[in-house]
Design a protein around this ligand. Sequence first.
Ligand SMILES: [Zn+2]
Length: 214
Amino acid sequence: MQVSIEWIEKWFTVFNNDYFGGKLPLPDLALSKSKTRLGSMSCKHVTRFGRTKVYDFAIRISNYYDMTERQFQNVLLHEMIHYSITYTGTKDTSPHGVVFRGMADAMNRKYGWDINVMISIRNVKVADDKIVKPFLVMALELQTGERLLTVVNPKYAKKVDSMARNVKRISRFAWYTSTDKYFIHYPLVRALRGRRVTLDVYEEKTSEMQEVLV
Ligand SMILES: [Zn+2]
């Protein structure tokens, strides 16, 4: 799955009440596409008259990987431990020091979480929108001059191809592969169906695509 700001806020509130005594104010929440940091907690420090004030806390969760809800919750809890330590001004031996590990271990033991010091990205799939599968596009010209484009499920390409051959009002058609994001919003069809496009769009798209045989 992928998370949203609303998801982070919902679970932040639940975990704050369950594990942090409801003492953590809601920080800024953000999403990222980071490949190497599944989560991060940031804040600003200002020192005046020898006193350090910490403010502008933010928690970011990366949607780079397609993870289970449980995995995202473990990432959020990891960042909430950092937040809690910094917010309360607790001194730790290192970023993932004795205090951090003590809190993570206690939550893992008591509540069955799997909060790790280093978040492993093994066995984690890359989020779906990172995988650019080429679209199989069919471009059709009708006798009326209309132009159509359609994205066909490759398993049905031969069937759709023979259907098109038998339709008189199709004057010409061709197959292409494309990784153009423009086609993301096209339905993946299994029958002869298409979307009407302007001549300009048709010419532009067909000139950029790689023609193929099915
Ligand atoms: Zn950390």
